[in-house]
Design a protein around this ligand. Structure first.
Ligand code: HEC
Ligand code: HEC
Ligand code: HEC
Ligand code: HEC
Ligand code: HEC
Length: 440
């Protein structure tokens, strides 16, 4: 599959984010108009400024006055040191990506207005296409009239990839604090419906006869599902014969929903796959990744970093400071390593970006950065591309979704160990040495 490049313009931008005010069109507002006063925000942690909201911002002219506009209307909870805007800057969501959004599918998730377009049912399709259903709820794959499964294209016009406030939030003239002059708690509406009955889709269909996908319901985390998923309908993606002709075969980066839901892996026939206790977490992804920030009016933390204090609300006897609760991550890390070695021995993994695609080196195998592994074209004994049967391709696919989920057994401990057990057995023909048994 063709895979246009999409590179971060600058990996250091995140570090500079504290010093440099965002200049995107979406934040060109009175309270971020110039750099001078920014230094003072360190002191502005005090609450109570809400009352001053009425005073500033006469029709947006504040920026022209330059300077003393850090009133309470702007600080809490957004433009204060460690506020939502700083938090967002420290997350990878703020990284600008120079990319070829163009007419391909990439802008649907990497474009500033990717979600806005999709929830408005705006997207591009092939001329000879079928009819994609449920696009506003996140489903992307559909069958062309000629047969093959393909993915909807981006319907907007942006060229720079970046996940900004308005990507997720429906800020408009009725609730945009830059327009109305103050922040009213609870009005930062999410674009994707997040009520208890609202559903969103991952691509995996129940059978290969119809490309319908499958729904999940994660309340406010429905918005995360729109982007953090494999983009592949594994049910039809894995065929009788699978030719590894690209280093980007398999699930896309960020297939966390496929793992967390316990649905998105390749399921070997005759086996059952369980869900995890973590399915009970209120608001799913948001529950762990956006805990209320006590120092910032309890607005959800936009760094997207989970914290152990939250884990301990359930894991009450855990006294550690990292996420390796009951050694669960160590187990999954060891199992991923065992599967990585087996796949590399089968000439299926590489980190090369161009031919000749070298197998993983000893250093690659030792660094535990499983998510960097790519699939390896040109590795057949004759130099051509390997063709894999469905079971081997399924094991490779399972490795990639767990590696790229980057959680090492936290998202769905039971499911991840089941997939790893089955996939290692498939490749090696014997029980894994890294896991004691297949969890039920
Ligand atoms: C369904 C939404 C979706 C679509 C469509 C999509 N991506 Fe992504 N992409 C993501 C997510 C989410 C991540 C980040 C995952 C993570 O960090 O775990 C990501 C990560 C990436 C990365 C790694 C970014 C980095 O800085 O490490 C690259 C490169 C990338 N995507 C390129 C593309 C290209 C090229 C296309 C179009 C062919 C595309 N993506 C289409 C959701 C998507
Ligand atoms: C990746 C998606 C995403 C991005 C990007 C994002 N937010 Fe949020 N935001 C959320 C989610 C999810 C919640 C929790 C929703 C809820 O509780 O209803 C939230 C909650 C909030 C809240 C509190 C809820 C309310 O209605 O008052 C504010 C304020 C807020 N965000 C502001 C911002 C600002 C400002 C930015 C940009 C700097 C931003 N967000 C970027 C997803 C996002
Ligand atoms: C519009 C698409 C989109 C949405 C919606 C979205 N993300 Fe992301 N997310 C991305 C992309 C793209 C990246 C990778 C950016 C990069 O690495 O350059 C990413 C990165 C991340 C990361 C890694 C961040 C870091 O700083 O290390 C986390 C964690 C994350 N997202 C969680 C979430 C959660 C939780 C939600 C829902 C509240 C969410 N995302 C919603 C596209 C999205
Ligand atoms: C049980 C709590 C929990 C839930 C629920 C959860 N995550 Fe995570 N997630 C984690 C932990 C812990 C990590 C590992 C973070 C680390 O290593 O620093 C992680 C890692 C990630 C990463 C990689 C972050 C990075 O630094 O590269 C992304 C992206 C992500 N999760 C997104 C999601 C999405 C999307 C969902 C919902 C489908 C979700 N998570 C549900 C706890 C959770
Ligand atoms: C809603 C309650 C709840 C929350 C919140 C929660 N967990 Fe769990 N977790 C459980 C339960 C229940 C189990 C399964 C029973 C067990 O093994 O203790 C479990 C299992 C695990 C396992 C597998 C342990 C093993 O034996 O292999 C890991 C790892 C884990 N959780 C990590 C985390 C992390 C990290 C967080 C926070 C980011 C978190 N959990 C938050 C309830 C929770």
């Amino acid at each position: 599959m063709a895979y246009p490049s999409l590179n971060r313009t600058n990996g250091l931008l995140g570090a500079f984010g504290v010093l440099v005010l965002a200049t995107g069109p979406l934040v060109a507002i009175a309270c971020s108009g110039d750099e001078g006063p920014k230094g003072e925000t360190g002191l502005a942690g005090q609450p109570g400024p809400q009352g001053t909201a009425g005073a500033p911002l006469p029709g947006g002219g504040g920026a022209a006055d330059g300077g003393s506009i850090l009133s309470g209307a702007c600080t809490q909870p957004c433009h204060t040191f460690g506020g939502v805007v700083d938090q967002w800057r420290f997350s990878n969501h703020s990284h600008p990506q120079e990319n070829l959004i163009g007419g391909g599918p990439c802008g649907n998730c990497h474009g500033l207005d990717g979600l806005q377009q999709r929830v408005a049912n705006k997207f591009a399709i092939a001329p000879d296409s079928g009819t994609p259903a449920n696009v506003p709820s996140g489903h992307m794959n559909y069958k062309t009239t000629a047969g093959p499964v393909t993915e909807i294209g981006y319907g907007g016009a942006t060229t720079i990839g970046r996940i900004h406030c308005t990507t997720c939030h429906d800020f408009n003239p009725t609730n945009d604090p830059h327009v109305v002059g103050k922040y009213v708690a609870g009005t930062a509406r999410i674009r994707v419906p997040g009520g208890v009955d609202d559903t969103v889709f991952i691509e995996k269909s129940a059978s290969s006869s119809a490309t319908t996908g499958q729904s999940v319901a994660y309340k406010t985390a429905n918005v995360c599902v729109m982007c953090h998923k494999s983009r592949k309908d594994v049910t039809s993606y894995i065929a009788t014969a699978n030719v590894i002709s690209s280093s980007h075969w398999g699930p896309h980066e960020g297939p966390q929903t496929d793992v967390y839901s316990g649905k998105g892996g390749y399921h070997f026939a005759g086996l059952t796959y369980g869900t995890s206790a973590h399915a009970a977490i209120g608001n799913a992804c948001v529950g762990c990744h956006m805990t209320p920030a006590a120092g910032n009016s309890n607005v959800p933390d936009h760094t997207m970093k989970p914290n152990v204090a939250y884990c301990k609300t359930c894991h009450t006897s855990y006294t550690g400071t990292d996420f390796d609760i009951q050694g669960g991550r160590t187990l999954v890390k060891n199992a991923l390593k065992e599967l990585e070695v087996a796949l590399n021995d089968a000439a299926l993994l590489t980190r090369s970006l161009a031919a000749p695609y070298a197998p993983l080196s000893d250093d690659d195998l030792a660094d535990g950065q499983f998510n960097l592994d790519l699939t390896r074209p040109g590795s057949s004994p004759g130099g051509g591309n390997l063709s894999l049967d469905a079971l081997t391709a399924g094991a490779l696919y399972n490795y990639l979704i767990i590696a790229r989920s980057k959680d090492l057994g936290v998202h769905n401990p039971t499911y991840e160990k089941q997939l790893l057990w089955d996939s290692i057995r498939q490749l090696k023909g014997v029980d894994p040495t890294s896991l004691a048994s297949r969890p039920q």
